[in-house]
Write a protein that binds this ligand. Structure first.
Ligand SMILES: [Zn+2]
Length: 112
């Protein structure tokens, strides 16, 4: 039950640069001198942040993007935990599309 509360690594990295704290994709940990694209689509060269740098205001666009990524992850986890049996493929056949080919024919080829 506590599985979902396990630490899964950061959703984004934060790094203060250019007067703002920007967010970066989680695949690579930021390091000083690295050229990275922020989530607000700015290409910046990372600095070694000092304690003072961390007091910079947070970039609004990056914050919004970070929240969206966190929500996406939560959504994905829910699907992972419920497994394939919750997939529509294992439930009812998809509804026939109005006009054109019916999806039902593909779903039940033996009924032709
Ligand atoms: Zn930003």
């Amino acid at each position: 039950m506590l599985d979902s509360l396990e630490w899964q690594g950061p959703v984004v990295w934060w790094n203060p640069v250019g007067g703002w704290r920007h967010a970066f994709t989680p695949d690579q940990r930021p390091h000083p001198g690295q050229e990275r694209e922020t989530l607000c689509e700015r290409t910046v060269t990372l600095i070694e942040p000092s304690d003072v740098d961390w007091l910079m205001p947070t970039c609004d666009t990056c914050m919004t993007a970070a929240i969206r990524r966190r929500d996406d992850r939560t959504e994905r986890d829910r699907h992972t935990h419920t497994g394939p049996w919750a997939s529509p493929l294992f439930g009812h056949p998809p509804p026939a599309e109005p006009g054109g080919d019916t999806a039902t024919d593909d779903y039940f080829p033996w009924s032709r």
